[in-house]
Design a protein around this ligand. Structure first.
Ligand code: ZN
Ligand code: ZN
Length: 354
């Protein structure tokens, strides 16, 4: 993992008013250093030099996972690095204020003495938006596993299986391919499919039910995210119409997800079309995907995300839901390219009647 290039990029992004940046968000620490343990803080200086503090449980792991990083073993990782920065004569250190609890902030302040702690904003989150080759490769692998798992699980769907059965099967199919679930899978039958974020229950599958499955795999810490809605057929006319509407919305939204597109406008266009078709809008169009399942850029109302550039993976996931009857969502993980969005999940998008 080219982590040294990442810490150098962060150093270059430090505002002139900040002469060091304390990173306390674990996923950002993983991105910058490769360290995957559950307790750490990282201090990055303008010259790119990086110190990672962790506790004794992770000393060996930190040395093995990182490269070109000084490692300090301490019980209280954030305050340790703040003291370190103050002793080195730093005057202004940036922190990830949004991610720091009040208790942790008190401890950082106590260690800072005369040194100022300044909210530096989501600097690392911004760097994480555009992916390098290693990251895109891990996401593509996670998407491939997701496609394979969909095909495997589809062949087992029959009347009488429960939502929880299918969610468990998704998990075991991912496990057998060396992957982990990227998040708790959504499996929703019949009327349950009208709930956008339904938690699987003991409801059993019956003929004529829509079957909505939203799941993904995680590979090397990188996520994938896909939704398909099928039916234990034959499909009713309203189910065909609903599915055709969402399929068209999703196809057009994928085509529009190109370099130069503004995320807030992509969402607004789909929102307008759902309303024009006489339905309600239940959620945003999509989100970035990477070390987190939901990360910048967000394709939602009010999003302040910049225009899309190449090498940004996002989801495109319009859905339309008829309360009490059923709903359809079609979601792909795609990567923004100059010539158009490249789908990384490629399972069939036509209505499958089992
Ligand atoms: Zn999803
Ligand atoms: Zn999603």
């Amino acid at each position: 993992m080219p982590t040294m290039a990442r810490t150098r990029a962060l150093a270059a992004a430090l505002e002139p008013r900040v002469d060091g940046f304390l990173v306390t968000t674990l996923v950002n620490i993983r991105y910058l250093t490769g360290f995957t343990g559950s307790n750490a803080a990282v201090l990055v200086l303008p010259d790119g030099s990086t110190v990672l503090a962790t506790d004794g449980r992770y000393a060996t792991q930190a040395a093995a996972e990182t490269d070109g990083v000084d490692i300090v073993v301490a019980r209280s990782v954030g305050p340790e690095l703040v003291s370190h920065a103050a002793a080195a004569g730093l005057r202004q250190v940036g922190i990830e204020r949004r991610q720091v609890s009040l208790t942790a902030y008190d401890a950082l302040l106590a260690a800072a003495g005369d040194m100022a702690l300044i909210d530096a904003g989501p600097l690392v989150e911004r760097l994480r938006i555009v992916k390098d080759d290693d990251e895109l490769s891990a996401i593509a692998t996670a998407c491939q596993v997701t496609d394979e798992v969909f095909a495997a699980v589809l062949s087992t769907l029959r009347a009488g299986v429960s939502e929880r059965d299918v969610a468990w099967l998704l998990r075991t199919e991912m496990h057998s391919r060396g992957a982990e679930p990227a998040f708790d899978s959504i499996v929703a039958f019949g009327p349950d499919s009208a709930r956008p974020h339904h938690q699987p229950t003991e409801r059993t599958l019956a003929r004529g039910d829509l079957i909505k499955m939203d799941f993904g795999a995680a590979v090397e810490g990188y996520h994938s995210d896909m939704t398909r809605t099928v039916v234990l057929g034959p499909a009713a006319e309203w189910q065909r119409e609903l599915h055709a509407l969402v399929r068209e919305l999703q196809r057009d939204a994928r085509a529009a997800t190109v370099t130069g597109a503004l995320p807030v406008e992509l969402d607004a266009e789909v929102r307008r079309r759902i309303i024009d078709s006489g339905h309600d809008v239940a959620h945003g169009l999509g989100h970035g995907v990477g070390l987190e399942i939901h990360e910048s850029p967000f394709l939602v109302p009010g999003s302040d995300a910049d225009t899309l550039v190449e090498r940004v993976p996002v989801t495109v996931e319009p859905g339309v839901y008829l309360p009490g009857r059923g709903g359809v969502r079609i979601e792909d993980t795609v990567v923004v390219r100059a010539g158009g969005a490249e789908p990384l999940t490629t399972s069939p998008r036509d209505l499958i009647e089992i």
